[in-house]
Design a protein around this ligand. Structure first.
Ligand SMILES: NC(=O)c1ccc[n+]([C@@H]2O[C@H](COP(=O)([O-])OP(=O)(O)OC[C@H]3O[C@@H](n4cnc5c(N)ncnc54)[C@H](OP(=O)(O)O)[C@@H]3O)[C@@H](O)[C@H]2O)c1
Length: 351
């Protein structure tokens, strides 16, 4: 029996998740919630640019809550904890890229309570925070012992990110350094990335200070830089780095870093990606030391189609569904779920 899945919101992640569910041999798409009035009442197959599939999108949360479904992929712009709790109480497992990857007790408690009431499980996942910043470093570290330091780092060219309002007003690119530094980005990122560092601290068993330090750096343009938000003028923000660190006795033992650059030219300080280019990198110092580099999750400037990292985020949600549905009710993190991967493409699947 295939698991019955609902997609909640059809942005970049939601659209890729629908395609992933339709290709997955153990999942059936049975419903879809949309925010946009223009999408309400439309066939979901058409919404993702394909043929009709007989599943009609709705903007009514009540209709979704009343549906007989096993799981919801919850991918709206911003999380609404009450909405997630209602889905859990209605008996639907929830997988989501918008939080709860390794929630503290205050965030976990109401979700656990709702999950127990509905016999359902909540699982937060994603690419970063998510796979790159905590799950994979922990997984790969099984090939080492005596770990002294763990690092997960993103190197991305933000010129491929086609969300001009977010890039300017939320991420602070094209603004003055003062405005960017006092903007919402640090706080927005802190919640997820501090959870990522804490999961590593707990999984490795580091005797780390309970406070995770967060710091950021800014680069400004030294000459006009063409970008999706228009020309970034000299003196305006064109590069940002965010770091989250756990310390033992003043020494960093876990570090997660994000490097977001508007290209690699005309920046002060002169930041670049080095010869390896855009990538995600994970390093473990132990016996032995090793580094894992992942390419392919970042699109190239000018490339058409969805951002691969967004598709990967959706895939991580989709592929987790069978394990999340089988997990005990409450909140399940990467540390609770068994190993799972993707399924073969249609046409290569066992009958
Ligand atoms: N952890 C990770 O690694 C990771 C990676 C990527 C994304 N994310 C997160 O996943 C979420 C979805 O990302 P995305 O790239 O799909 O974003 P997106 O393309 O901007 O889509 C978000 C969707 O949310 C719906 N929406 C818009 N305004 C809304 C509102 N006011 N209230 C509720 N829903 C609204 C819309 O759905 P309809 O179009 O259906 O109306 C929209 O398409 C974001 O929160 C993002 O930060 C996490």
């Amino acid at each position: 029996m295939a698991l019955r899945v609902v997609q909640w919101a059809t942005g970049g992640v939601g659209t890729a998740a629908i395609k992933g569910v339709l290709e997955h041999p153990d999942l059936d798409l049975v419903g879809c919630w949309v925010h946009s009035a223009a999408k309400n009442g439309r066939d979901v197959g058409e919404l993702i640019g394909g043929d009709p599939i007989g599943v009609i999108a709705t903007s009514s949360a009540e209709e979704i809550l009343a549906l007989d479904a096993d799981a919801v992929i919850y991918a709206p712009l911003l999380p609404d904890p009450d909405e997630v709790a209602a889905l859990l109480r209605s008996g639907k497992n929830v997988v989501t890229p918008v939080g709860w990857i390794y929630p503290g007790e205050k965030q976990a408690a109401p979700m656990r309570e709702a999950g127990l009431a509905g016999n359902a499980t909540l699982h937060g996942t994603g690419i970063a925070p998510g796979g790159i910043s905590e799950k994979f470093p922990i997984l790969f570290s099984a090939m080492s012992t005596g770990v002294t330091f763990v690092r997960a780092e993103e190197f991305s060219d933000l010129r491929t990110y086609d969300a001009p309002d977010v890039v300017r007003h939320v991420m602070g690119f094209g603004e003055t350094p003062d405005k960017a530094l006092s903007g919402p980005m640090q706080k927005l990122l802190d919640n997820g990335f501090i959870q990522a560092v804490k999961m590593c601290v707990d999984a490795f068993g580091f005797a780390a200070d309970p406070t995770i330090t967060a710091r950021q750096e800014i680069a400004v343009a030294t000459a006009p830089i063409e970008s999706p938000i228009g020309t970034i003028e000299p003196g305006q923000v064109a590069g940002r780095k965010f770091h989250w660190e756990a310390l033992v006795g003043g020494e960093v033992v876990v570090r997660v870093t994000v490097n977001w650059l508007m290209g690699e030219e005309n920046l002060d300080p002169h930041w670049d990606f080095g010869p390896e280019g855009q990538r995600y990198e994970m390093q473990v110092r132990g016996n032995p030391d090793f580094t894992v580099v992942i390419t392919g999750f970042q699109g190239e400037v000018g490339e058409q189609g969805p951002e691969p990292g967004v598709v990967a985020t959706a895939a991580h949600c989709v592929n987790s569904i069978p394990a999340v549905c089988a997990a005990p009710p409450g909140v399940a993190t990467y540390l609770d779920l068994p190993l799972f991967g993707a399924k073969a493409a249609p046409g290569l699947q066992r009958g």
